[in-house]
Write a protein that binds this ligand. Structure first.
Ligand SMILES: [Zn+2]
Length: 225
């Protein structure tokens, strides 16, 4: 990529969202360097993922390698995935034991967002239609299952992302996300910790929160461009 473009992207899609996340959620900053490799198109991305990391089938948008704290991105697909993976890279310093549903829910919220100096606001994105379809056909798993079982990357993976993303977005809409993050981070031990933390910040029972959440989901609309 031309140098000027790299600098612009670093300022807008790395530094600005990182600062917003530190201001909103994370007290602790990384203690080690995180490397971000941005490639201008699919061809160069695939070439270097193979050459550097022997990855012959990298995900479409990009991915994060927690082992050496390296993000590898095809930036032609947009900057959404960059902010998604950046969230994973930063959250672990503040909340090392963060459960997958919340880690992926917050990261996915940030893949479609408006970045302001002190906060990141999630907007409706491509993950909505699958969620609405599952709600309509009564196929969506109970929220209690999503936040207590350890099968996020299992069979329902795609739908788990959507359900977690929009639940995190719902907490943001209700003005409870910051409070939830802090409370859950400090009280995450135990099998039902997530349920207790959600009920604590909403001051209601999970089933009532879930029913309001699903009603809200059905009011959202997404149009692909
Ligand atoms: Zn992710």
């Amino acid at each position: 990529m031309p140098e000027k473009k790299v600098h612009k992207m670093a300022a807008r899609s790395v530094v600005m969202p990182a600062k917003a996340m530190w201001r909103s959620y994370f007290r602790k900053k990384p203690t080690r360097v995180i490397t971000i490799l941005l490639f201008r198109d699919a061809k160069t991305y695939k070439h270097w993922a193979k050459k550097l990391y022997k990855n012959t089938d990298p995900p479409y948008f990009g991915y994060y390698r927690p082992g050496d704290r390296t993000m590898v991105m095809n930036i032609a697909t947009g900057t959404g995935t960059l902010v998604h993976e950046l969230t994973h890279a930063l959250i672990v310093y503040d909340f090392p034991a963060v459960p997958l549903w919340f880690n992926e829910g917050l990261a996915s919220l940030h893949e479609g967002c408006r970045v302001l100096p002190d906060k990141i606001i999630g907007v409706v994105n491509w993950r909505l239609p699958a969620l609405r379809k599952a709600v309509r056909s009564k196929r969506l798993r109970p929220l209690r299952e999503l936040v207590t079982r350890k099968d996020f990357y299992g069979r329902q993976r795609g739908l788990n992302y959507a359900q977690a993303r929009y639940f995190v977005m719902y907490m943001q809409k209700r003005g409870l996300l910051q409070k939830f993050h802090k409370h859950f981070r400090d009280n995450h031990r135990g099998k039902d910790a997530a349920v207790k933390a959600i009920e604590h910040v909403f001051d209601a029972k999970l089933e009532k929160i879930e029913s309001d959440y699903l009603k809200w989901v059905m009011t959202l609309r997404w149009r692909s461009r």
